[in-house]
Design a protein around this ligand. Structure first.
Ligand SMILES: [Zn+2]
Length: 479
């Protein structure tokens, strides 16, 4: 029997159909960049897409959901997040106005036992897959259960970051991490240390090898670049992709020469040149602009300094109550210290600096895109003021502001993210056999990326979640 029903007429919370589900009459963007399909039919069975298009026969015994006037895209992919960080200064303690005040052990224990808050925030924002680009080793344990869970986004983690920058960090923060017996960093101070770090990541189940490559002093550069190549070769030997944080041109080129497959940030100090573009193209590199984070951070610093409250741009109430409270109390506590330690010039200088970076990042994004290099949407969420979940809307809007069309941004936020995660055979586009991971929107995302703020439902592995029920602070279950 064919059962026509309005999506709003049934309670969809925790709803998971045993019978096939048929979504009919929506306008569908399949994530490949193909034109929108009007009056599309999507047949879902056992968590997978059985048919997508206009030639699908609705099965006799299926639940039919009429989505006339609404839109469907694949579930969004955020290709750069950090589950071991909560959007406050506490998880980037060295950047806080008061770096000594944090109990890192307590913060990490809390994050580890409450990671479901980020899971829920992502689903609530329409994000059905995330790439954790580095953090404490416990994040590696979150991966396997996510693959088959309709209540979690698909999650992969790079685990601890390999980096040369330890000497630049606050000693006290490093001492605290050492005392924990666990660290989010692995060293590359010698060739052996670098190779051992990759072996350790491979053994512990990291999905990728991440190098945190901050512009080194000239005298160290040649050695470090050679070592990055060793890391790349060892990663390849273990079948792991190399992903690199390098925001300066020379470092990013060195990363690509070492075999990097994903650059997790824009080049933000200078314009990319022909050599950069060719290296990226030849090595099939995925470029992640990660544009919004820096601006959000500088604006947050300014709010703190001027004694305002933290700002949450969160249309679906994805951000949980505890995170909001933590930010508010941190603001109260740190405001007097910020007034003492920082200056008006420092704050405004930060904002001007970010504005300059933004215009370089926008130019570079256009150049990279026009050259045909795949771009994946990414937020760096977990860093101060980049909250898990809704920051993806801000990021997509920054990409649109840079001149990328909404249609291209859909591909960057779905297919290309899945590619960065090495999961394009599982999700990222709406094609037969792939996961039934998708979002339903009231407005047309082909016209403006702002439409993603109108997501009403998210489907993960065939289970339809109503974002109004997922959101709303800590009311929903999950603990
Ligand atoms: Zn990051």
């Amino acid at each position: 029997m064919r059962l026509a029903m309005s999506i709003f007429a049934i309670s969809l919370s925790g709803w998971c159909a045993a019978a096939p589900t048929s979504l009919i009459n929506a306008t569908l963007y399949d994530g490949t960049g193909a034109p929108a399909i009007e009056n599309a039919v999507v047949i879902i069975d056992q968590g997978k897409l059985q048919c997508v298009g206009t030639d699908c026969r609705v099965p006799e015994k299926s639940e039919v959901i009429d989505l006339k006037g609404q839109y469907i895209t694949p579930g969004l992919v955020d290709a750069h997040v950090h589950y071991a960080a909560n959007g406050s200064f506490g998880t980037r303690a060295l950047t806080s106005p008061d770096p000594e005040k944090y109990d890192l052990d307590k913060i990490q224990r809390d994050l580890k036992s409450n990671y479901w808050r980020w899971d829920r925030a992502y689903l609530c924002s329409g994000v059905t897959a995330v790439l954790d680009a580095g953090g404490f080793p416990w994040t590696l344990d979150l991966q396997s259960s996510s693959i088959t869970s309709p209540d979690r986004p698909h999650y992969v983690s790079a685990g601890p970051l390999i980096t040369h920058t330890r000497s630049e960090m606050s000693t006290s923060v490093l001492e605290k991490q050492k005392a924990l017996g666990t660290s989010e960093f692995l060293p590359m101070h010698s060739d052996k240390a670098a190779v051992d770090a990759v072996k350790q990541l491979a053994e512990s189940g990291a999905f990728a090898v991440k190098v945190w490559y901050i512009k080194p002093e000239e005298k160290f550069r040649a050695d470090l670049q050679k070592r990055m190549k060793l890391i790349g070769d060892e990663a390849t030997a273990h079948g792991l992709p190399l992903i690199v944080h390098a925001t300066h041109l020379e470092g990013a080129k060195a990363a690509m020469k070492a075999g990097a497959k994903v650059l997790v940030h824009s080049i933000n100090h200078e314009e990319v040149d022909e050599e950069f573009l060719r290296l990226a193209k030849d090595n099939e590199v995925i470029y992640e602009p990660t544009m919004a984070g820096g601006e959000l951070w500088a604006a947050g610093d300014a709010r703190l300094f001027f004694g305002e409250k933290p700002e949450f741009d969160d249309p679906n109430a994805s951000i949980d109550e505890r995170t909001r409270n933590l930010m508010e109390s941190e603001f109260q506590e740190l405001h007097p210290i910020a007034r003492k330690e920082q200056s008006f010039e420092w704050i405004t200088g930060g904002l001007i600096h970010m504005g300059e970076h933004a215009s370089i990042m926008e130019r570079n994004l256009r150049k990279v895109h026009e050259y045909g290099i795949p771009v994946a949407t990414s937020t760096d969420a977990g860093n101060p003021f980049a909250f898990h979940g809704p920051t993806i809307y801000t990021e997509m809007e920054r990409m649109e502001r840079a001149g990328i069309t909404p249609a291209d941004i859909i591909v960057m936020s779905t297919q290309n993210g899945a590619r960065a995660m090495g999961q394009l055979d599982r999700f990222g586009t709406l094609e037969k056999g792939k996961n039934a991971d998708l979002v339903i929107l009231k407005e047309d995302p082909g016209k403006s990326t702002k439409a993603f703020r109108s997501i009403t439902h998210v489907m993960r592995l065939g289970k339809l979640h109503d974002v109004a029920e997922l959101g709303g602070g800590d009311r929903a279950s999950g603990s």
